[in-house]
Design a protein around this ligand. Structure first.
Ligand SMILES: Nc1ncnc2c1ncn2[C@@H]1O[C@H](COP(=O)(O)OP(=O)(O)OP(=O)(O)O)[C@@H](O)[C@H]1O
Length: 766
């Protein structure tokens, strides 16, 4: 990777005209009803102390998803300190395999141990010795929640709802949420059991408590983050200030909200969903709900649009001084958000780290020199391919800068130009050509981007997100890269329109007074998350010990040899009837694997950003007998592949990773598609000496030598496996440093702007 992520920026969709109606529901009226408060207040937490001891054994018949012998791991740990279940089940069985690229030593257990146990001995949050005061406190709360369970179980739905209203009344009257937590969480658990047939496991309750306390809960993939999120979202919603859940795309926002809706509704809590295409009116309605699910991007744009509106109405000053509220204006336009109180970030590493630098930008006026710019982009795109490396331009290996040589500049001057292009300054023309050469060499169709018609049928460049494999609709590369690609593909050029408002994803989340996050893969980023967001990472143990098996890494000389070996393995596992998932780093590579499978006559499905509409169908069948699925990172986050009945006995699903990503976290996401919820499963990493990660981590010279070696020597060369892990760690460290530098500059800029009385979000430099 060449820091392309840093080039990315978001362009807003058109700023919608706000509508005049005010749908803001006033839940407070119902909440403030003392009658409700009294009737539902009949079993306060304090009254249940006696029953707590009893509740440490599970009084419930197992439900769907419950696993009686090991189901409540924590419970058994409390009852029996010697219980093997009291260990943290985070390692996978890996018999006699070379070590998989491990996260940097200084970043992993040390951080977690410090947070959980306070000493380095306390590697397990549930071991008795070295338990941190925090964990002792959390276990005490868990015991209180467990104690309430039989009581709530005996009550009807209406009583639960009344209890919920009473809690809201108390929260709005100023009672601390932490004192309401045990009863609140017990209510959510009971509502989950009734409405979703899913009872929160003890480990999920512990995860929920850590989220309430502003931590990043690291829960293994498939452990049920969606259900865990319901706990802190509910509790924070009680204050009436709105609780937000930010996730990575519209699809997940909608899916999770709809999934959890029956639980919340049973407790009288409203749920809103923000989708990209929503107008201002429906956005306002969604934000007026007690809990709102949406994407980080939409939360950011709504914040900016509101801010622009407030400035237009000259109300920003009072708003900033805390005298805002209401959101009414003389023109009838209203802001959509009710403020920012609590945000739970799903896939926290993706949003808080990978997306952190992404600026969300709302454009302003049309550029008057538009035609000239458009024509120059086209002129550069036509001529760039005729420029030769070393003769006309050079590339700086460290900075990835393209620079024209003297001969290159001479060539630019000599090129034929139209009148419009000729009026452009010569230095600008050099830059246009340099950028265009870079785009021709580094930005490839069906790898970094696709060309896709928009809703008006006009072709557009849509970025393929490196981390999620999904199309990042609405996002643009900056510094003219996006326009240079449009020129290269000969489609309409979207000249930037200047900046009216801008915020980075990082700044957006730092504005929430209460922030928490969940992810399957945060330990490797614990240091960064703590440093930037002051959110400690807490590993939450798995509910059942993972049975996922890691098979030895395989290394080949060339990509071709690697993919041939991959399909051979697919053939073998497929013959046993086990489902196989093959992860690739880009759309074009998924197509290569698909072609090779076709040649062998193996029926399969391809899941990439080009066939997103088939996603639900492909995923729902992927765990069935004999299914083969080729996917990009799209199959990573949020893809819940259910195994068909007989598959578990055969050994579960087999995942094949065909290349390392720039961050080990992304590889872990794909691996996490198998062995979910304690299921059987296996995975293997395939590598080749021409993989991009070697260039990024070991430098172009060393990578070129390895590549030569790979071409010269066919067959497997597994002894190189460790080198790949080393390269990946180097790339991770480089990205970490880049992010820190950027954060520093952003901080300085904002400080300076505030000093001179500017708004750092609205008075943005272009
Ligand atoms: N307490 C529970 N009882 C029964 N089933 C559960 C429970 N918690 C989670 N599950 C099941 O576990 C599966 C995984 O849940 P979910 O998709 O929320 O996991 P996740 O942690 O978000 O995974 P990923 O990180 O892969 O996105 C779902 O099928 C869900 O039904």
């Amino acid at each position: 990777m060449d820091g392309r992520q840093s080039d990315q920026e978001m362009d807003s969709k058109q700023t919608h005209a706000a509508s005049a109606t005010d749908p803001a529901t006033n839940d407070a009226a119902a909440d403030n009803n003392p009658g409700h408060g009294k009737t539902s207040h009949h079993t306060p937490v304090a009254a249940t102390q006696e029953s707590m001891k009893v509740s440490l054994t599970d009084p419930h018949p197992p439900l769907q998803g419950d696993s009686p012998p090991q189901g409540d791991l924590l419970q058994s740990a409390i009852l029996d300190p010697a219980s093997p279940n009291s260990e943290l089940h985070s390692s996978e069985s890996s018999p006699s395999v070379p070590p998989h690229p491990e996260p940097e030593p200084e970043r992993k257990p040390a951080t977690s141990a410090r947070h959980i146990g306070g000493t380095h001995k306390a590697l397990s949050p549930y071991s008795k010795q070295g338990l941190s005061p925090r964990m002792i406190r959390w276990r005490r709360k868990l015991a209180q929640i467990n104690a309430l369970e039989p009581i709530l179980k005996a009550e009807d739905d209406l009583s639960l709802r009344k209890r919920s209203l009473a809690l809201r009344y108390r929260a709005m009257a100023g009672e601390k949420l932490s004192t309401l937590l045990p009863e609140g969480y017990a209510l959510v658990r009971e509502a989950g059991r009734r409405a979703l047939s899913m009872r929160h496991y003890d480990v999920q309750i512990i995860g929920g408590i850590s989220l309430f306390e502003g931590c990043i809960a690291e829960m293994q993939t498939g452990e049920g983050k969606t259900l865990t999120a319901s706990l802190p979202l509910y509790l924070h919603s009680l204050t009436g200030k709105g609780a937000h859940l930010a996730t990575v795309n519209d699809y997940l926002a909608k899916r999770d909200a709809e999934w959890m809706r029956p639980l919340f509704e049973l407790l009288g809590v409203t749920v809103g969903i923000i989708q990209t295409q929503d107008d201002q009116k429906s956005r306002r309605e969604s934000y007026s709900c007690a809990i709102t699910y949406g994407t980080a991007k939409e939360f950011g744009f709504d914040f900016l649009r509101d801010r622009l509106l407030l400035r237009a109405q000259n109300r920003l000053q009072t708003e900033m001084l805390g005298d805002g509220g209401g959101g009414f204006s003389g023109s009838g336009d209203q802001i959509v958000m009710r403020g920012m109180h609590f945000c739970l970030v799903d896939e926290a590493d993706s949003i808080l780290i990978d997306e952190a630098r992404t600026p969300l930008i709302i454009g302003s006026i049309e550029d008057t020199v538009r035609d000239q710019i458009v024509e120059t982009y086209r002129w550069a795109a036509e001529n760039a391919p005729s420029f030769e490396l070393d003769e006309h331009f050079e590339i700086d290996d460290d900075t990835k800068q393209y620079e024209l040589t003297a001969r290159g500049r001479q060539k630019v001057r000599a090129l034929p130009k139209s009148d419009l292009v000729r009026t452009m300054g010569l230095v600008d023309l050099y830059e246009y050509i340099e950028r265009s050469i870079k785009v021709h060499r580094e930005f490839l169709l069906n790898r970094q981007y696709v060309v896709k018609p928009n809703e008006k049928g006009i072709d557009e460049i849509v970025i393929v997100d490196e981390f999620t494999g999904r199309l990042a609709e609405g996002r643009k590369w900056r510094d003219g890269i996006h326009q240079a690609i449009e020129a290269k593909e000969n489609i309409e050029i979207s000249v930037p329109t200047g900046q009216a408002a801008r915020i980075t994803v990082q700044d957006l989340f730092l504005r929430y007074p209460h922030l928490a996050g969940m992810t399957g893969t945060a330990a490797t980023s614990a240091r960064e998350l703590r440093r930037i967001y002051r959110t400690p990472v807490i590993p939450v143990p798995t509910n059942r010990p993972p049975k996922r098996k890691r098979l030895a890494d395989r290394v080949f000389g060339t990509m071709q040899a690697k993919f041939e070996a991959v399909v051979k393995e697919v053939q073998e596992v497929h013959a046993q009837g086990r489902p196989v998932l093959i992860g690739t780093r880009s759309i074009d590579k998924s197509m290569i694997v698909s072609r090779l499978l076709d040649e062998l006559g193996i029926e399969h499905k391809v899941l990439n950003a080009n066939n997103v509409e088939m996603e639900a169908e492909i995923v729902s069948a992927a765990g069935e007998r004999g299914k083969v699925t080729v996917a990009t990172n799209m199959a990573g986050r949020g893809t819940d592949i259910k195994l068909a009945d007989a598959i578990e006995a055969m050994g579960g699903m087999h995942v094949i990773c065909t290349e390392l990503h720039d961050a080990a976290r992304i590889d872990r996401q794909l691996i996490g598609r198998c062995g979910r919820q304690g299921d059987q499963g296996s995975y293997r990493q395939y590598l080749s000496l021409d993989d991009d990660i070697l260039k990024g981590g070991l430098g172009p010279a060393r990578a070129a030598k390895l590549k030569e070696k790979g071409i010269a020597k066919p067959g497997a060369m597994d002894h190189y496996a460790k080198l790949f892990g080393k390269a990946q760690r180097k790339v991770e460290r480089k990205h970490f440093r880049d992010r820190m530098v950027l954060m520093h500059h952003e901080k300085e800029r904002k400080k300076m702007q505030r000093e001179i009385g500017q708004d750092p979000y609205l008075d943005t430099p272009d």
